[in-house]
Design a protein around this ligand. Sequence first.
Ligand code: BES
Ligand code: MN
Ligand code: ZN
Length: 465
Amino acid sequence: MNIKVSDNVKNDNAEVLVISKFEGEKTSQEIANIYAVEKDGFEGKFGQTYLLHTFGKIPADKILIIGLGKKDKVDRNTIREACAKAVKKLVQIKAKNASFDFADFSEYAKQAVIGVLTADYAYDKYKSQKVHHLEEITFGGFSENDVNEGLIFAEAMKYTRDLANTPAQIAVPSLLAQTAKNIEGIETKIYDKDEIEKMNMGAFLAVGQGSVHPPKFIHMKYTVRNAKKKIAIIGKGICFDSGGLDLKPPSSMLTMKDDMSGAACVLGVMQALAKLKPDVEVHGIIAACENMPSGSSYKPGDILTAKNGKTIEVDNTDAEGRLTLADALCYACELGVDEVIDIATLTGACVVALGSVASGIMGNDDDMIARVIKSADEAGEKFWQLPMFKEYFDSLKSDIADMKNTGARGGGASAAGLFLQEFVKGVKWCHIDIAGTAYIEKPQKEFIAGATGAGVRTILNYLTK
Ligand code: BES
Ligand code: MN
Ligand code: ZN
């Protein structure tokens, strides 16, 4: 879809002019006030829509009114969601173009653009019957710059959603590696299995050893002269999580192509950085492999040695993400960066705690956590801090190794965070658990079912502001 700005959308020859209405207030269009508000009693509650023909009274063929609810409640989230609602309606009536008279909300221009493009998303690559898309949207009164930034953020989300929606039969480790290599403006180094062995990544290697698809360790780098900070972002890249020998039941396995959503997020962010050009150095890191049961799989009871020399007793082969992240964290901490962020579909426990509404966040630096949460809030995502009380580590204690990879069921998201912390050294670090938010089984607000691109907006905002 093409997005334009204009100074005078009211007189655009658009198919549909989209306007807004607050509860208890008039709209900007007289015919809308007469027909929708006075005659039909359209209230303008948040998310309500009303479509009317203009019969030549204004240049546009139709007017779509979108309810914004109470005026004093409007914020960036209402505007983004309202724009998304409008687009869903426009797609439903198979409109080709529309002009949004949203100049009053120009401070939320970026969110409006994100809302529009998020709602227009479809994953129809494998459908013979393609989904209808809008061709062009014009925003009145928005700045080119805001719209451009919104576009780059929204494109990054689409890039990530496409990757995370890709079936596991296609999105194998080598595809993630190739995808990374194809990103322009970024340096990429791929480590193959023999090089991963040389780096002593015993935990990562164990997880991948049951698969016919060899593991790939991906290191992308965005550099800029006089970088004010160096940051590494790590994405969990389990291309398919069957659970391994501790096989998942069918219903839990069904969506496990999404277990590389963290990796997809990092790839989406890296390709956007090359366009946004912030003055921070960013390392994108992915330990990509598949967790499969086979004659060569790692087994419960095995003892693995991570890159930093710490030993791990395998308690459950389905707690594989933290094993791959352990080695990736060691690698990242050796790069001399100031901060490390990892993002992962890590625990079912996080899904139980926060559902698909919020992502969990933990870390070793309260100030950094607060800054990431603020970035999420500004970007329109919800992050919620989970505790890192040392008691959660008690159940990870092992009689024969430095730790086990799983322990008690209760407090599982925090225990996983503490496990990861064992591999963090000398940096500020945040861990983001997107197990509940990266992939939704039913449509939710501006999102269709499937991958959501969770974390993309937040991390981009964090890196660029
Ligand atoms: N990939 C899963 C976590 C997950 C669950 C992601 C649901 C998305 C939706 C992870 O690898 C996993 O299997 N975790 C186990 C750990 C357990 C064995 C300690 C879990 O949370 O059940
Ligand atoms: Mn698992
Ligand atoms: Zn997993």
